[in-house]
Design a protein around this ligand. Sequence first.
Ligand SMILES: Cc1cc2nc3c(=O)[nH]c(=O)nc-3n(C[C@H](O)[C@H](O)[C@H](O)COP(=O)(O)OP(=O)(O)OC[C@H]3O[C@@H](n4cnc5c(N)ncnc54)[C@H](O)[C@@H]3O)c2cc1C
Ligand code: SF4
Length: 340
Amino acid sequence: MSLPQFTLLRPRTVAEAIDDLAKYSAHGAAGASPARSEHVSIRIIAGGTDLIPSMRQKLFEPEYVLDLRGIAEMRGIRPQADGSVEIGALTTLRAIERSQFLCQHYSVLTEAAATVASPVLRNMGTIGGNICLDTRCLWYNQSLTWRKGCGFCIKKDGDLCHVAPGGSKCWAVFSGDTPPALLCLNAEIEIAGPSGVRLIRLRDFYTGDGENYHRLQPNELLTRIFLPASSADYRGVYRKLRVRGSIDYPLAGVAVAMKRSKGHVADARVAITAVNPAPLLLDGAHEMLAGKNLDEALAEAVGDLAARTAKPLTTSALTPEYRREMIRVFTRRALLAAAN
Ligand SMILES: Cc1cc2nc3c(=O)[nH]c(=O)nc-3n(C[C@H](O)[C@H](O)[C@H](O)COP(=O)(O)OP(=O)(O)OC[C@H]3O[C@@H](n4cnc5c(N)ncnc54)[C@H](O)[C@@H]3O)c2cc1C
Ligand code: SF4
């Protein structure tokens, strides 16, 4: 499958990138739909490990591609004096996986990063690209000919959903591995745009809609990720379901970050991925776990909560029932592993 024709733009600074986005995005103003290619004449590329295959499948045919890789200020892991850390959005997943500092203080992130795709893809793929990853579906991540044969769908070029035919919403699933870990760490992200930068909690970044899945406007880019000092030194565990032991996207994923004190759980956060159109921090998990002695029964109860929060549909190769069940099992196992 060949790539569509496009003009490559190579800014050297964030300011230049913002100028390019303003100049070349057809609907640069707020309100445009970031996910629909007919509205977007420019696409951002970081590592390109997800964007390039999607462009080959003609999911995106932008006139301009904005290559961020020349922007040095967007790269690197910078521990701060107060114990927090700032990570440039262009930092590769390999650099995150191998960072001694992150491994020691934010281990749920390094564990999740190490499960993404394969070493070759982690050498190219960035944390920013992982956070902004397009949602996935069996009916969408296909060639143009394949999609045309099925009459297209709401997410791209059509007006019905093959997964939930009665509705008008797209249920394509968010399939990034690091965002659930970042949610457990209460990460914030910096978004740069024409009117300056804004900082938002990662948990407010995703919409829960498979079509317009995040709150980034076409004239904005993600520049940095911040992990607070208050989230440092939690025990971290990430568990992921996939068909093969390497390369595959998650079909269900659970991240746990836990702090213990005197044999009890002092604080714990649980987040799930690959079973909803957004990665989700489990509401109520902290309340169920804090101050308790974690045993099988409690881990099972939180597993039930996670399974109730997961809403997998027939968007991927394994059945929704199996994926939901694995969310329950992985949550229980991850909690027990973090406690021991
Ligand atoms: C075979 C294969 C297996 C894979 N397996 C996994 C897996 O197991 N787990 C997983 O999580 N991912 C997987 N991926 C997807 C991908 O490799 C990773 O998600 C990677 O982190 C994407 O980062 P990137 O820099 O390559 O993103 P790109 O492909 O460059 O971009 C991805 C999206 O993010 C946008 N974007 C990128 N950076 C920014 C930014 N700074 N600001 C605004 N928008 C931005 C792009 O416009 C694009 O929409 C797989 C991909 C392949 C091809
Ligand atoms: S969930 Fe429905 S609308 Fe969304 S990509 Fe799949 S088939 Fe298309």
